[in-house]
Ligand binder design. Structure first.
Ligand SMILES: Cc1cc2nc3c(=O)[nH]c(=O)nc-3n(C[C@H](O)[C@H](O)[C@H](O)COP(=O)(O)OP(=O)(O)OC[C@H]3O[C@@H](n4cnc5c(N)ncnc54)[C@H](O)[C@@H]3O)c2cc1C
Length: 353
């Protein structure tokens, strides 16, 4: 008998799996690569919303938890995951500069917003209105994390590369059965795959498609991330990620010409050196209607849970929220109401009536 089956090994599934393993639980994780949000993510951790200069939801608390989580994975997997990287917000007007200074008076933001504006960061990215520096930011290499964590799970016989087929799944009062495996509990960490999950598809998950261009710009030599109308993130070897797009209506996973043209138009608005496009990637961010995570117990089945709804901030949110879920299941610590899927109980009733 397994303790847990986990469906999905993106940022959510990994955080859930790791927390369970730390409690000596016997787990089996399924993944079929049907979603790519965690793989294509920029991997940025940044507590500040750079459009409005506000603190992202609980971000100051999540930051410390997330960094210590990824550090522990660096040691365990013997890889380098965290790359501190300053972010410079390119201002487009005096008003934006003023908003930056007003934001510094808000609770918690002074920790992250540098009061000294910078006039130049790179000759190929000019700005008439200077740049603001966000402190304590960086990038987690999510692609490497997923690859190495799945390899580790495989090594300990806890990973199945396959589609979780709901037709072969049975849920009973005190255990569930999938194919020939029995488990006490099951946790769905299926990202936008939740849409085809018959148990949790009543939840209001709006996929938000994001696309990045990968460009090569030999003259740029940029060593910080810049946020103008879009982000430009250095990857090394003269490669940069440019994006991302936000699209609420296209739910396909493939990169689009529309996405490419949009990103090119934005990039050409602030970058003045030659570059070539070497790749384009896309994924669907699993975002809840109210922009809060979707975490908790199924309304009918006491041994079935979900951990989803990380939106555009999975790197920061994942470790804290997964930990809350496991403390709730294993130690009966109450979930915070704002993440508990119980807030959508009425939707479940409506869907099942
Ligand atoms: C373009 C883009 C840029 C982003 N940039 C950032 C960023 O810079 N910083 C940040 O913090 N966040 C970023 N995000 C958001 C972040 O990627 C998400 O919040 C996070 O990846 C969600 O993780 P998840 O594990 O919930 O979902 P997913 O990564 O989608 O993982 C779900 C997993 O479940 C598997 N699965 C689903 N259904 C099944 C099934 N039936 N059987 C087997 N397996 C199944 C899928 O294959 C997948 O691996 C970005 C997202 C996009 C798209």
């Amino acid at each position: 008998m397994l303790d847990y089956i986990i469906v999905g090994s993106g940022l959510s599934g990994i955080a859930v799996a790791e927390k369970l393993l730390s409690k000596d639980k016997k787990i089996l994780v399924y993944d079929d690569n049907s979603q790519s949000s965690s793989t294509v993510a920029g991997g940025i951790y940044n507590p500040v919303i750079l459009k409005r200069f506000t603190l992202a939801w609980n971000a100051n608390e999540q930051l410390d938890t997330a960094l210590s989580f990824y550090r522990s994975l660096e040691r365990k997997l013997e890889i380098s995951l965290i790359h501190p990287l300053p972010i410079y917000r390119r201002f487009h007007s005096i008003e934006e500069q003023n908003n930056w200074f007003s934001a510094m008076d808000k609770p918690y933001l002074s920790r992250f917003l540098d009061e000294k504006l910078v006039s130049t960061i790179n000759p190929h990215i000019p700005s008439s209105f200077y740049f603001g520096h966000v402190r304590e930011t960086g990038v987690v290499n999510t692609e490497l994390l997923l690859e190495k964590y799945r390899a580790y799970l495989t090594e300990i016989n806890s990973f199945q590369q396959e589609t979780f087929d709901f037709d072969q799944f049975e849920v009973n009062e005190d255990h569930c059965i999938y194919k020939n495996r029995r488990a006490k509990m099951i946790i769905f960490c299926d990202g936008f795959g939740l849409k085809t999950n018959p148990y949790f598809n009543y939840l209001p998950l709006n996929g938000n498609k994001g696309e990045y261009l990968i460009i090569k710009a030999q003259d740029l030599k940029l060593e910080v991330a810049v946020k103008s109308s879009v982000f430009i993130i250095p990857l090394g070897e003269d490669l940069y990620k440019v994006g991302a797009t936000y699209n609420n209506w296209d739910k396909t996973k493939e990169p689009t010409l529309e996405g490419k043209n949009y990103l090119l138009e934005k990039l050409n608005g602030f970058l003045n050196c030659d570059f070539e496009i070497v790749d384009q990637v896309a994924g669907i961010r699993p975002a809840a209607k109210d922009r809060k995570p979707l975490v908790g117990k199924h309304p009918k089945h006491g041994n079935m849970y979900c951990c989803n709804g990380f939106g555009s901030r999975g790197v920061l949110i994942g470790p804290t929220v997964a930990s809350e879920l496991i403390n709730y299941i294993e130690d009966s610590v109450a979930l915070s109401e704002e993440i508990d899927i119980n807030r959508f109980a009425k939707l479940y009733q409506a869907a099942s009536s």
